[in-house]
Write a protein that binds this ligand. Structure first.
Ligand code: OGA
Ligand code: NI
Length: 373
């Protein structure tokens, strides 16, 4: 702890009472090179930025629309940033507001009540306030649920062990409409995710349905993130720098802001200007591998602040557990040999879940491990 002023200590105390996340424990402190530069207000990485492309999906309302123009915009965004924002996406704004409301109500329950639907080492779904990214604890609490109730995953991380496990979602009693609203929202976000997947396939010169076969038994899940105010936002992160592991992520957020994206060309951090009516779409590791590095799975992180809580809702589109991820045959050639070796999605997912759950002795699993020599 570096801050000792009385005011901050008092804030600290209030925080502890209000948010039950405890004082800023050592586990939250980022290494100096990974701390956000929150003191930079008009230079460096803390300027609000509109740099990531915004794509207007209104033409998709017409089922006979020509998708090639949209696909071209998406191709450009996926190559340069691996991140873009979509507006006029077809999801009901009323539904978005309803899910935000019930999620805020859930997180305002007592810790005791939230822990009744706690995640554990067998089932990664439910409530959790001990998430780690690259072995540093994140300043947030979460609630996760699988899109498919139940979802089949490998029972262990052992490569030779073929035993499977069926997992179901733990749902809280309160708020009473929570489950229904969350599931309605999940189905709508899923539809949007598959429309985007189709556009991405077209953008790669592939048939629109080229990738759908990998999702028969999808392991996709929805996450609600709650980032409480943080007494030391210059030392901690809401989520440490990471790239999402799956295919694509479809994220909604409130108007507070805090998401930052690392630019592909130079690694510079850019803040994303929040728009609660839009979705942020980002490319995950699977898509980067499928496209043999043509599309970029950007590192991103979340900075927190000392006065405002923030909510966000990512949907992680994940393939079936038995999918082997490797560069798509159609996209490799003699001039463009595969950059990655094949890996099994289910085993990768299981290993990631272990490392997010608690601090491990070793580095968490990353796709770099599958880079071809
Ligand atoms: C995540 C994530 C960003 C945000 O949960 O993987 O990157 O804005 N969240 O909350
Ligand atoms: Ni992420």
């Amino acid at each position: 702890m570096t801050i000792s002023s009385k005011a901050l200590k008092d804030k600290h105390k209030n925080h502890r009472q209000k948010n039950t996340m405890g004082v800023l424990d050592e586990a939250f402190i980022q290494a100096p090179e990974h701390r956000p530069k929150t003191h930079l207000t008009n230079s460096g990485d803390y300027i609000l930025s509109n740099e990531i492309p915004t794509i207007d999906l209104s033409s998709l309302q017409d089922p006979h629309c020509d998708k090639t123009a949209l696909a071209a915009e998406i191709a450009e965004a996926c190559m340069r940033w691996g991140f873009f924002q979509v507006i006029n996406h077809g999801l009901s704004l009323d539904l978005m507001r309803r899910v935000e409301k019930t999620v805020a109500e859930f997180f305002s329950l007592t810790l005791e009540e939230k822990r009744r639907v706690k995640r554990d080492e067998v089932n990664p779904m439910g409530y959790h306030d001990g998430e780690h990214t690259k072995n540093v604890r994140d300043w947030k609490e979460i609630f996760d649920f699988f899109l498919q109730d139940s979802t089949t995953v490998p029972a262990t991380t052992e490569p030779e062990d073929t035993e499977l496990r069926k997992l179901t979602n733990p749902w809280p009693q309160n708020p009473s409409d929570f489950r229904e609203v969350c599931q309605e929202y999940a189905r709508e976000v899923e539809k949007l995710a598959f429309k985007l997947l189709e556009l991405i396939s077209i953008s790669l010169g592939l048939p629109g349905d080229r990738l759908t076969g990998y999702f028969k038994d999808q392991t996709s899940f929805l996450r609600f993130n709650h980032y409480p105010p943080c007494p030391n936002p210059e030392l901690a992160l809401g989520v440490g720098r990471h790239a999402d592991a799956g295919v694509i992520t479809v994220l909604a957020q409130d108007s507070v802001g805090g998401l930052q994206v690392s630019r592909r060309s130079d690694g510079q951090w850019f803040s994303v200007k929040p728009n609660p009516d839009a979705f942020i779409i980002n490319i995950g590791n699977c898509m980067q591998v499928w496209t043999n590095d043509k599309y970029w799975s950007a590192e991103h992180r979340v900075v927190v602040n000392s006065s405002k809580e923030r909510f966000s809702m990512p949907f992680f589109l994940f393939p079936s557990h038995d999918t082997n991820i490797e560069p798509l045959k159609e996209l490799i050639s003699e001039d463009n040999p595969p950059c990655y070796k094949k890996y099994n999605w289910g085993k990768f997912f299981a290993a990631r879940n272990r490392s997010d759950y608690k601090k491990l002795q070793t580095e968490s699993i990353q796709i770099d491990r599958f880079k071809a020599a």
